[in-house]
Design a protein around this ligand. Structure first.
Ligand code: HEC
Ligand code: HEC
Length: 408
């Protein structure tokens, strides 16, 4: 039987330990991550970016000479109907390779928002609706779009022969004889250029297509070199993985940490914005409104059949891949309700620096993007994958603070 005084001391000590434990649990320690959370954070850091995936459809993908020439083409406005539009007109390097406009502007106005380019070598599908399956095939789209570069493939072939013959031949071998070829011909909207194209022989068309494709392959070789740069977020992930609380505290404010916690936790943004590029490169209906004044946009539901029918896809004669190497295209999900108004999430790296947002610039600010996710409106067509988050205004502020750490 113990002395009552001893019992009192033991109880008092237990009380103190209890209070200390309660205080410890209550005291905010924002940088304490569980092992599972640290593992999740690690998957989002740039250190987890795998080596560039091969592009077997482009045998020049890793050719430095092709990349250097492709960079010139990317910024050469002669590749347009009015001499004023290059890829770099809409994809401005100083703006993260986009233009800050709701809808891209070239010769005319496009129906979609210009996308950033860094890291797109990792994406099996290109464009908001994924209607292209390689960077080289993608590049050929704007060149012949009536509202972007607005010209045609024979004009580009003639331009290569006059302005870039040596560089082209050093990479791709001798140019074919282009005498007698129409000045402007291609399967484009312009009726006279289309008629001229239809009047050409199959062999003539094929020779022009080969030059056109090589333009795309050189531009793609250049675009592969455009990769995201490390941000404050990546430094934070390194510190979190190392468990270095002092460095974590130096790098992120309490709000930024809380926002990151929401991003990977309660708000579950990483369901679609995951991996080091913060995109799953897949297609989702997130109830983004139909842009007023534009034709109805079905997103992936239209893009999937288009990539299957694309004359320059991975399985085409102009691809350098074997059919086994075109698994993405062969096993494509091309039908289904879930493709209606489904779009590709762009990488969230640098996102705070490039308003407005979404596939037609429908949402002006990042604050409004977060309100969109918080309320989860009904989709204008198809079914939204979002559920309301019901976060408080303070929590939305924290998410916003976190997204700004992704700036370069
Ligand atoms: C008139 C402005 C404009 C021009 C010129 C232009 N683009 Fe784009 N770019 C856009 C728009 C708009 C989109 C999205 C279009 C869509 O989804 O339908 C886009 C999308 C892309 C994408 C897809 C990115 C992704 O994540 O899927 C790449 C890559 C790209 N452009 C490269 C190029 C290249 C290469 C050129 C030159 C050959 C070029 N662009 C010319 C506006 C432009
Ligand atoms: C179900 C998948 C999904 C979830 C969950 C999701 N997103 Fe998105 N996100 C997308 C898609 C798809 C787009 C492009 C939609 C469009 O343009 O129509 C997008 C676009 C964005 C954009 C605009 C990017 C740009 O350049 O225009 C931001 C910012 C963004 N998401 C942040 C978030 C945040 C923050 C969360 C968590 C609260 C989140 N997303 C949750 C799929 C998702």
């Amino acid at each position: 039987m113990s002395h009552p005084r001893q019992l009192f001391i033991i109880l008092a000590l237990l009380g103190i330990i209890g209070l200390a434990a309660a205080a410890y649990a209550w005291w905010p320690r924002p940088n304490d991550w569980t092992a599972a959370e640290r593992a999740t954070l690690q998957t989002l850091g740039l250190d987890s970016l795998p080596p560039l995936p091969a592009d077997p459809s482009n045998r020049y993908a890793n050719d430095a000479q092709a990349a250097a020439w492709g960079e010139k083409l990317f910024f050469d406005t002669r590749f347009s109907v009015n001499g004023q539009v290059a890829c770099g007109t809409c994809h401005l390097p100083q703006l993260g390779f986009q233009d800050g406009l709701p809808l891209g502007k070239g010769v005319g106005q496009t129906g979609r928002r210009t996308m950033p380019i860094a890291g797109t070598a990792y994406s099996p599908w290109l464009f908001w609706d994924g209607r292209k399956d390689s960077q080289w095939a993608q590049a050929l789209g704007p060149l012949e779009s009536a509202v972007e570069h607005g010209s045609s493939r024979t004009q580009y072939a003639h331009l290569i022969a006059t302005a870039y013959r040596d560089e082209y031949e050093a990479i791709f071998g001798p140019l074919p004889d282009l005498t007698g070829l129409p000045a402007a011909a291609g399967p484009v909207d312009n009726p006279s250029a289309r008629a001229a194209w239809e009047g050409m022989s199959a062999a003539g068309q094929e020779a022009v297509n080969q030059i056109f494709v090589n333009i795309g392959k050189a531009i793609a070789a250049y675009e592969r070199t455009l990769l995201p740069q490390p941000t404050r977020f990546d430094a934070y992930v390194q510190a979190a993985v190392a468990g270095d609380t002092a460095v974590m505290r130096d790098l992120f404010t309490a709000d930024e940490v809380a926002g990151l916690r929401l991003f990977i936790g309660q708000a579950n943004c990483i369901r679609c914005h995951n991996g080091p590029l913060l995109t799953d490169n897949d297609f989702h209906n997130t109830a983004v409104s139909q842009a007023p004044g534009l034709p109805e946009d079905l997103g992936r539901a239209a893009g999937a059949p288009q990539v299957l029918a694309d004359e320059f896809n991975c399985l085409s004669a102009y691809s350098d891949a074997t059919s086994e190497q075109c698994a993405e295209l062969r096993f494509i999900l091309a039908e289904g309700e879930q493709l209606i108004r489904a779009f590709k999430p762009p990488s969230l790296r640098g996102v705070a620096q490039r308003p407005p947002y979404m596939h037609a610039g429908q949402i002006a600010t990042l604050e409004d993007v977060l309100i969109h996710y918080n309320t989860a409106p009904t989709a204008p067509a198809g079914h939204s994958e979002l559920e309301p988050l019901n976060l408080s205004p303070a929590e939305l502020e924290q998410l916003l603070a976190f997204l700004q750490t992704l700036n370069e």
